[in-house]
Design a protein around this ligand. Structure first.
Ligand code: ADP
Ligand code: MG
Ligand code: ZN
Length: 620
């Protein structure tokens, strides 16, 4: 096909598509449905009394239907409901609870004529053809009508001050995170105050945490608190099949933001674009990379005090391209973790605010039994409970509703937020206490910053986080030995307290063994085997593309001697670690109890456990 012919064809097709599109709009335009509007928004609008009339169009053959709302301000909203009966229940409840006067009407869906039925398919077909042609055109020489349609328009959604009413009050449990963001809010409210002092406010803030923990909510709340517009776009929106589209979307988004400064630009799921460059299979120059480059260019392009704060969210900080974490880009990182018991109770309080609860419901108790639930899971739990109550035509939620919902939500989100049985929590509490006590008492490691038995997104049942005192370049033999003892501490604590041991320590054992082995084969720290490197190649990670065949073999006797030496080191560390924990068994019990009660304890509280037990710190 010659270029000219192709261009002509494309023009005709687009013309055709336009005509059909206009026809479709005239005919079916009144059926525009707002996909963003859900029953939740509906409930809110009803409670606020914004709704004047409700018109359900139900389809007799399926449970779904369309609802047309006429609002008090005369605007009309149409949205889909998945179950007309459920929706009616919800409606009735809302009307009764809020004493509303709303016109109600229910009709069957109008059967569309044949033409109406066919139109969407026709339009779809034509658009598909155009798109395929355009794509082919762009691929060859980047010409051929690509400019006729602006695919690069940013898809960002802008929320202006008026319609964003989320504030920090709606975000529960994330106290420190909110405090961190307080200064950003203040800057957005009053940039000149900071500019005059020459203060540098972070340009980019990265929110890191497992899904459903409130990252999006937090970003919206910052905009809401500061009364500034909020631009949001998801990383996955950028990843389009057209080369160059993502980059032009980014350009567009930032141009919009600059016109509306001060404002917040929020990039959700940033890992979709900002993955380490060149790591994709097939690698090299691709769409995502261009998008990422454009984003970095934009972020470097506006000055710090222009009043644009870029926020981004991800649950995988480890796969991000290091370039985006450089100063002047996302130089502030805020971890948004799963909530502890107290946090969960506060979140439950927020999400039951306008749900009537019966007296047998104790939010504290629900909070206690939902370790590992993120905010979104808790919101879901209470929503399901409300649905259960509505199904029973009750006007309030009883404990049984919550129990039922718990099973549904618990199973539905099993992989994400496992429900942790009490026995397992107990084992984890002792296990982590074992690590923590050794961290604290051994010289050269620690102090302990946090101990927690809140399951992490990565599948660990809990964690003990040390605070490195100094960042030494060299590891000493003593320090490696201490690290091994700390690693073994979890299992030792389990052994001391429980009748049985668990598989939960496998990672610790692996780590301890690897460290002991490195001492022997890599660092020459074993007198028995001397200053010889016995490393075989496969001890390091094998990368694709490296020649895998190249491996050094060890003699059988040497291999056996290494194994024996590794075992000796581990055994000695084990004995010393066990002695320390046995001497501190009262602290171990206290620490585990405290963890079971609060799920997370900080440095100060942890260290206070030692004071009351008047034992001098050991140094072995
Ligand atoms: P993320 O962006 O981290 O995946 P979201 O901010 O989208 O999580 O949270 C989803 C929903 O869960 C929120 O809309 C809110 O209803 C609820 N939620 C999550 N965390 C909290 C919290 N800390 N306080 C109150 N509600 C929360
Ligand atoms: Mg989100
Ligand atoms: Zn452990």
């Amino acid at each position: 096909m010659s270029k000219n012919l192709k261009r002509n064809l494309i023009s005709y097709l687009i013309l055709f598509a336009l005509i059909v599109g206009v026809l479709y709009l005239i005919q079916g335009g009144s059926q525009n449905v707002n996909m963003e509007y859900t029953e939740v928004e509906f409930s809110k609008d009803m409670e606020k009394g914004n709704v004047k009339s409700v018109h359900i169009q139900q389809n007799a053959e399926v449970p779904t239907g369309t609802v047309e709302l006429t609002m008090k301000n005369k605007s009309i909203i149409r949205f889909y409901v998945t179950d007309v009966n459920d929706f009616q229940d919800l409606y009735n409840r809302l009307v009764e609870d809020n004493n509303l006067k709303v016109n109600f009407e229910m009709t069957d869906v109008v059967r569309p004529s044949l033409l109406e039925k066919m139109l969407p398919y026709l339009v779809g077909l034509v658009v598909l053809i155009v798109v395929v042609m355009l794509f082919a055109g762009m691929q060859s020489a980047n010409s051929g009508g690509g400019t006729m349609v602006n695919f690069g328009k940013s898809r960002a959604k802008m929320t202006s001050e008026g319609d964003n009413k989320i504030t920090f009050n709606e975000v529960a449990g994330l106290q420190e995170e909110k405090e961190d963001l307080e200064e950003v809010v203040d800057f957005l409210k009053n940039p000149s105050k900071y500019v005059e002092l020459g203060a540098r406010i972070p340009k980019g803030i990265l929110l890191v945490g497992p899904p459903g923990t409130g990252k999006t909510l937090l970003a919206k709340a910052v905009a809401g608190e500061a009364h500034v517009p909020f631009f949001t776009i998801s990383g996955s929106d950028f990843v389009e099949m057209f080369v160059g589209v993502g980059a032009s979307r980014v350009r567009d988004l930032f141009a919009d933001a600059k016109r509306n400064a001060p404002c917040i630009v929020f990039i959700d799921e940033i890992d979709a674009v900002a993955r380490r460059r060149g790591s994709g299979l097939g690698g090299g120059h691709d769409e995502r990379e261009q998008t990422l480059n454009q984003m970095l260019v934009e972020m470097d392009g506006f000055s710090v005090n222009e009043g644009i704060i870029v926020m981004a969210a991800t649950n995988r900080v480890d796969i991000l391209d290091p370039a985006i974490l450089r100063p002047g880009r996302f130089d502030r990182k805020i971890s948004v973790g799963k909530p502890d018991v107290k946090g969960r109770e506060d979140i439950l309080k927020i999400h039951t605010k306008n749900k009537p609860l019966s007296e047998d419901i104790n939010l504290k108790e629900i909070a206690r039994t939902t370790a590992g639930f993120a905010g979104a899971d808790l919101e879901n739990l209470m929503n399901e409970s409300a649905i259960n109550a509505a199904k029973d035509s009750r006007k309030y939620i009883i404990k049984e509703d919550v129990d039922k919902a718990f099973i549904k939500v618990g199973i539905g989100t099993e992989r994400k937020s496992r429900v942790v049985p009490e026995s397992e929590r107990r084992i984890t509490a002792y296990h982590e206490s074992g690590h923590a006590i050794l961290f604290h008492l051994l010289e050269g490691v620690g102090p302990v910053y946090t101990v927690s038995i809140i399951p992490t997104g990565q599948g660990a049942a809990g964690y003990t986080m040390p605070l490195p005192e100094n960042d030494n370049v060299f590891n000493t033999k003593g320090k490696i030995l201490q690290d091994i003892k700390v690693s073994l501490g979890g299992r030792i604590a389990e052994e001391m307290i429980m009748d049985d041991i668990t598989t939960g320590a496998s990672q610790d054992i692996k780590q301890a063994t690897a460290a002991a082995r490195a001492m022997v084969v890599k660092y020459g720290m074993s007198e028995e085997l001397g200053l010889i490197n016995y490393e075989t190649d496969n001890e390091e990670e094998t990368f694709v593309g490296r020649d895998i065949g190249h491996q050094r073999m060890l003699g059988e006797q040497t291999a056996a001697a290494i194994d024996k030496e590794v075992k000796r080191i581990i055994d000695e560390c084990y004995a010393q670690a066990r002695a320390i924990l046995e001497a501190n068994v009262s602290v171990l019990h206290k620490c585990a109890e405290r963890l079971l009660e609060k799920e997370r304890i900080d440095r100060e509280e942890f260290e206070s456990l030692f004071e009351s037990s008047n034992l001098p710190p050991l140094s072995i």
